[in-house]
Write a protein that binds this ligand. Structure first.
Ligand code: NAP
Length: 339
């Protein structure tokens, strides 16, 4: 099916941190329960809406729905409606998205939208979609990282399109989310005819769209979870070892932050294999043996993490072709003995 909307020229990116309302984190969802004071919104108000743009509406006024609704309206897109079961969340959305209407039920916003954003928890997407029936010409997306667009099948009818639109951003408080969207990546997937619009919406947010496949959605989500929570867990191990080394306070992690940043930059620039440094890259078996002995003493919980990551590093070193086979086998046996 051909989308009823075409591609347009470049739109201004959503304003970043500092230009957003002065919200503070507050409890559940880190979004305050009361509506923000409109006087605290940007002085000049939202930019005018270009005629002919598809109308956007949101089901779910939580962290992602509220932030995307606000950001897209500030980028000049018509955000026309929100459905939320919670009166305070509806109020908050209206205060941030001037001109929108708010409803308690998802089906009530159908007449006001060309593209529906289902910004509800992953586990609720199929059930909420089942309570919606799109009209021909309408489209729907969810923002889950793990589910493919086909999860929206219960809402579909002839002549409709579905997609997924997953910002690789941690939506903590609104201000932080609005600041993080520009420059971020947004993973998109779904019906071919809808993808150009989703790419344009990502661009309007100042983000870069990346296309993932429906079959690859779970792998994509594992990657995202490792890049966020997984990295934080690794940083926790690093800080534990920093403490074991006698470092105190911020230094327990801060001492290694520069190395971590440099490694990320090198891996992006050179690729992971060439970015590898350290004893494995050098084939330094004695150092690895020394590490394993120390870990057993000072941080036994960190031992499986060290072993798993070092085995992976060994693969990278082998891929580089600089590690002698005998040395590689020796390291592998040493690591296996520590499992
Ligand atoms: N949080 C993140 O950092 C992040 C990042 C990228 C993508 N995502 C994805 O974005 C989606 C939304 O996440 P979120 O963090 O915004 O969640 P959230 O803050 O918990 O908000 C979810 C919203 O959905 C509504 N809702 C929940 N169950 C519902 C139901 N049965 N029927 C109708 N509405 C229902 C909630 O209630 P009300 O009706 O009361 O409004 C709330 O407004 C998820 O798919 C998540 O995986 C999240």
């Amino acid at each position: 099916m051909r989308s009823p909307w075409g591609r347009r020229g470049e739109r201004p990116p959503v304003p970043g941190r500092g230009a957003s309302p002065e919200w503070e984190s507050s409890g559940a969802g880190s979004i305050p329960d009361s509506a923000p004071d409109p006087d605290h919104l940007e002085g000049a108000g939202p930019p005018p809406i270009e005629p002919g743009l598809p109308r956007l509406a949101f089901v779910g006024a939580g962290r992602v729905g509220t932030a995307l609704g606000c950001a897209l309206r500030r980028a000049g897109w018509p955000v026309t409606a929100v459905a939320s079961r919670d009166a305070a969340r509806r109020e908050r959305f209206l205060a941030l998205v001037p001109g929108a209407t708010a409803h308690a039920q998802p089906h009530a916003i159908l007449d006001e939208a060309d593209l529906l954003f289902l910004t509800v928890p992953d586990d609720e997407i199929v059930a909420v979609a089942a309570g919606i029936r799109l009209y021909s010409g309408q489209a729907i997306v969810h923002t889950s990282g793990v589910l493919p667009a086909v999860a929206l099948a219960p809402a579909m009818a002839a002549g409709t399109e579905a997609g997924s639109f997953h910002p690789l951003v941690a939506f903590t408080d609104l201000d932080t989310a609005l600041g993080a969207l520009p420059g971020s990546r947004i993973a998109i997937e779904g019906d071919e005819g809808l993808l150009p619009l989703l790419e344009e919406l990502a661009g309007a947010l100042g983000a870069r769209p990346v296309r993932v496949t429906a079959e690859g959605k779970v792998a994509h989500h594992v990657a995202a979870v490792l890049a966020a929570g997984g990295l934080v867990a690794l940083l926790d191990v690093i800080a534990e070892l920093g403490a074991a080394a006698g470092l105190r306070g911020e230094d327990q992690l801060g001492a290694y932050a520069g190395l971590a940043q440099q490694s990320l930059e090198n891996a992006r620039r050179l690729g992971t294999s060439l970015a590898l440094t350290g004893p494995i890259a050098r084939g330094d078996t004695g150092t690895v043996r020394c590490h394993l002995e120390a870990l057993r003493q000072v941080a036994p919980d960190a031992l499986p993490v060290y072993v798993a990551l070092t085995e992976r590093a060994l693969l990278l070193a082998e891929a580089r072709g600089e590690l002698e086979q005998a040395r590689s086998a020796e390291l592998l046996a040493l690591l296996a003995s520590a499992r």
